[in-house]
Design a protein. Structure first.
Length: 31
């Protein structure tokens, strides 16, 4: 999993969330 900041936004990922190994999480995301 790759997590990227976009401008001043950073994704927040809950410890129990599943994100696929090849996924990209970008910007203002709450998972």
């Amino acid at each position: 999993m790759s997590v990227y900041r976009f401008e001043d936004k950073l994704p927040r990922v809950h410890p129990s969330a599943f994100i696929a190994p090849g996924a990209y999480v970008v910007g203002e995301v709450e998972a």
